[in-house]
Design a protein around this ligand. Structure first.
Ligand code: GLN
Length: 496
């Protein structure tokens, strides 16, 4: 392997080299740094990098730990002590984190090295990373297209071999959708599986941190490090964490996935509502082919119905904006962050600080969220949305009585052009039509590469989504791994 090829390694292969002492953690950081310096000016995946701190960590890395010496990129909404944490917003442009989020402490405890913060839609609101108030990120498969969002920086960095693996956050699809359109693996853990302590809140009842990676195995390795109970997050679940990576080829207690890589006895549900109009024909055909592949591995595919699917986006935008309007009240220019100069009085201070500090999408959501929570509209919108949210949750609960996992496209369309959907927020919101119901129900989901759409002579990645019941990450990892290992899609690399 030539030195330049090192950044293309998976986390698992990098670890093997590190453990055999064929490369030092310091060299890994240096090689990654050269790759980022070469590639990032084209894709703009990173907002900040600190190789000096990373090299110090590298020199004391314990290679026996599960992620010993492995650099991991971090979405800029997760606090890493002493590093900037902008959330993609002007209002936090000069903010530096005072402490490590629990997921960062967990990554460090597993030996990983956070070295850089990735671009994102402002406060994770968006599906294209164009809502970043700092800069847009570009899709490595076609630089005129978006990498998805809001974790678009993490997705693009992993896709371009400018990161071995990354953390993102998913409130309505922000890990799975960018993973799908950038051609990498992305996991949204079940609600409560991963701590949110130290992660800037967007919609607290929906947000989860999860991995973006080159393979299902890498995602399982990272997930194993970050999952688990955190007494500092009262919504964190106190449940044992399986060894996801070790279970990939093993038999689960229910004995469905077999160690021969086959899926005999696995029951997969295909919701009729998820193959509706609006889905790109090339996406549909890739999903049809993926389903045949899953069947050829032995899975039974069962048609089912999730009847409240059509309300998913509407309910999500009521719940998410309501919670966001409350969470973002803390950015008032008093305690930290951007502050407008020379205010006339306190209202002028708040008005101009928040008016100048927040971008248009964030303001739109604060206004919508405040509206649905206001007396007189609360019952009609917010309360109604909560009731429908429960119906969506029950749809999934009923489905999981019959099936082990649900299959669908991750995104209805491949990556769109920069600027194409900016003028039409509703079109942008529809990018998450298949992902938001999973957040509303609190279940887990993964997106794996399953093909390409050919548009204007470029190849654009397509993602297959597998949804599993709450805390059933091990099973969706197994199914996704069996699928991935029987296909070549994850091996394709964008050409620059
Ligand atoms: N695109 C969705 C939104 O704009 C989801 C974002 C997310 O998951 N953070 O809210």
């Amino acid at each position: 392997m030539s030195p330049a090829d090192l950044p293309a390694l998976t986390v698992a292969d990098l670890q093997a080299l590190l453990r055999r002492r064929e490369i030092s953690p310091r060299e890994v950081i240096e090689r990654l740094r050269s790759r980022i310096e070469e590639i990032d000016p084209k894709i703009d995946a990173y907002l900040s990098l600190d190789f000096e701190a990373a090299l110090k960590e590298a020199d004391k890395a314990n290679l026996d730990l599960p992620l010993g010496g492995v650099p991991i990129a971090i979405k800029d909404i997760i606090n890493v002590a002493a590093q900037p944490c902008t959330c993609g917003s002007k209002i936090l442009a000069n903010y530096r984190a005072m402490y490590d989020a629990t997921v960062i402490r967990s990554l460090r405890a597993a030996g990983a090295i956070p070295f850089g913060k990735t671009n994102m839609d402002e406060f994770a609101m968006g599906s294209s990373t164009e809502n970043s108030s700092i800069k847009p990120t570009r899709n490595p498969w076609d630089l005129s297209r978006v990498p998805g969002g809001s974790s678009g920086g993490s997705a693009a960095a992993v896709a371009a071999d400018a990161a071995f693996g990354a953390l993102g956050t998913d409130t309505g699809g922000s890990i799975r959708q960018p993973a799908a359109v950038s051609g990498v693996v992305g996991v949204k853990p079940s609600y409560g599986r991963v701590s949110r302590y130290g992660v800037t809140a967007f919609a607290s009842s929906l947000d989860q941190v999860g991995p973006l990676a080159k393979t299902v195995q890498d995602a399982a390795l990272i997930m194993g490090a970050i999952a688990g109970h955190d007494p500092q997050d009262s919504t964190s679940l106190n449940e044992p964490v399986p060894d996801y990576a070790a279970l990939l080829n093993g038999d689960l207690a229910m004995g469905r996935v077999r160690s021969d890589g086959g899926l005999h006895g696995v029951r997969l549900g295909l919701p009729k509502e998820y193959m509706v109009q609006g889905i790109d024909p090339q996406v549909k055909s890739a999903i049809d082919t993926a389903i045949k592949q899953l069947q050829s591995l032995g899975a039974d595919v069962i048609d089912l119905s999730l009847p409240h699917t059509e309300y998913g986006i509407a309910v999500y935008y009521f719940v998410a904006t309501a919670e966001a309007s409350a969470n973002l009240a803390r950015f008032d220019g008093v305690r930290y962050g951007y502050r407008a100069e020379n205010p006339l009085d306190i209202l002028d201070h708040y008005g101009r600080t928040r008016g100048d500090g927040f971008g248009p999408e964030v303001k739109r959501r604060i206004i919508l969220g405040t509206y649905v929570l206001s007396s007189g509209y609360y019952d009609a919108y917010y309360l109604r949305a909560q009731k429908v949210r429960e119906l969506i949750r029950q749809d999934f609960a009923k489905a999981f009585e019959k099936v082990d996992a649900i299959v669908s496209p991750t995104s209805p369309v491949p990556a769109f052009k920069l600027g194409e959907r900016l003028a039409d927020p509703l079109q942008m919101y529809l990018a998450d039509i298949f992902t938001t119901p999973g957040n509303l129900a609190g279940i887990c989901g993964i997106s794996v590469p399953c093909g390409f759409a050919q548009i204007d002579s470029v190849q654009l990645p397509i993602g297959l989504q597998l949804l599993g019941k709450a805390l059933d990450e091990a099973r969706i990892f197994q199914i996704a791994h069996a699928y991935e290992q029987s296909t070549e899609w994850h091996k394709a690399k964008p050409q620059f």
